[in-house]
Design a protein around this ligand. Structure first.
Ligand code: PEP
Ligand code: MN
Length: 339
């Protein structure tokens, strides 16, 4: 049950209610900054009748609560004046890994020339083999941040471990949580306490319920700026790196108010198929794309096979131009256009 408080409810009153519920066997959790409390397992609102500062209650039947569209119908917010959310689409592009100054500055210049607002790049990379390139670490974050600043782009980069939160947060505008960390529940809980948007990628084996529950870990900490990202799931078929689950986009939109972006690069693992799946995802309703590009994909130190050349990315952008009437969402809309 979600319990909503009146604006005059005091901390002491709420604490008293929580203690009362605890004595009845119900654990509860305040959501910081939102004047609500999640009471686990409670179904009978009569038990709250003696607390006049409770304005109303809501029972949400799914296991995920705050990610549900029964709780809220849309999520929209700004990142440095750029609109992100249920009503928008954004394009995030850049290399899998930040490799060197030339690579990241060339990429940033190219993106700015094409009016893209978000650059991605991993500085701390989750690699299957410890002997693969694992990123430049803090030097990579600094390069990415510098390149983004020079070309007025916003940064998206992955946070692998809580110990790196302060460092990563200093250099990024959106924190990416990778597929491998979608089920790192303690990390997710801590991200609920910060104010930066979180791009939460679907675990490669995660079902929709698990994905939305992962979002609830962040939301229930008080951070409402969550963006989901479908990045392909593992299948029995070794012919493709992952199976891009385009169907999950409208499915999640029927269940949740959270924006959902699509990453057709990891979703297919092959540059040849990125264009098709990127378009399919946008037409299916995705709230944006995350695409890996590289000035010279053959030389990429990670995910070389799936990186688009600049030419292929420009082709994708012009294909998207033609699809705009079907997409029916402003892409990388600036706040000033909308007010
Ligand atoms: C990435 O975006 O480079 C990445 C590692 O993605 P994922 O977590 O989806 O594998
Ligand atoms: Mn990658």
């Amino acid at each position: 049950m979600i319990v909503f408080f009146t604006h005059t409810a005091t901390h002491a009153q709420i604490a008293e209610m929580q203690l009362h519920l605890k004595q009845l066997g119900f654990d509860s959790q305040l959501v910081p900054g939102q004047n609500i409390c999640l009471v686990h397992k409670l179904k009978d609102e009569q038990l709250l009748a003696n607390f006049p500062f409770v304005s109303h209650t809501q029972i949400i039947s799914s296991s995920y609560q705050l990610a549900s569209n029964a709780y809220k119908t849309e999520t929209n917010f700004q990142v440095n004046g750029i609109q992100i959310g249920t009503h928008f689409a954004n394009i995030i592009a850049g290399p899998c890994s930040v490799e060197n100054e030339k690579q990241i500055f060339e990429t940033a210049a190219f993106l700015a020339k094409n009016n893209i607002k978000f650059i991605r790049g991993g500085a701390y990379k989750p690699r299957t083999s410890p002997y693969s390139f694992r990123g430049l670490g803090k030097d990579g974050l600094k390069l990415l941040h510098e390149a983004a600043k020079t070309y007025q782009l916003n940064v998206v980069t992955e946070l692998m471990d809580l110990s790196l939160l302060d460092e990563v947060a200093q250099y990024t505008d959106i924190i990416q949580i990778g597929s491998r960390n979608m089920a790192n529940f303690y990390l997710l809980g801590e991200l609920g306490k910060i104010n930066l948007p979180i791009l939460l990628k679907r675990g490669m084996q995660a079902n929709v319920n698990e994905f939305l529950l992962a979002a609830d870990y962040i939301l229930s900490g008080g951070n409402e700026k969550v963006i989901l990202c479908e990045r392909g799931i593992r299948s029995f078929d070794p012919m493709s790196r992952n199976v891009m689950d385009v169907g999950v986009i409208p499915l999640i939109q029927s269940l949740s108010h959270l924006p959902i972006m699509a990453d057709p690069s990891h979703g297919t693992g092959d540059a040849k198929f990125v264009n098709a799946l990127a378009k399919a995802s946008l037409v299916a309703g995705a709230n944006g794309l995350m695409v890996e590009i590289h000035p010279n994909p053959k030389l990429a130190l990670s995910d070389a096979n799936q990186a688009l050349t600049f030419e292929a990315f420009e082709q994708l952008l012009s294909d998207i131009e033609l699809l705009k009437p079907t997409i029916q969402k402003p892409i990388d809309a600036t706040y000033s256009i909308l007010v």
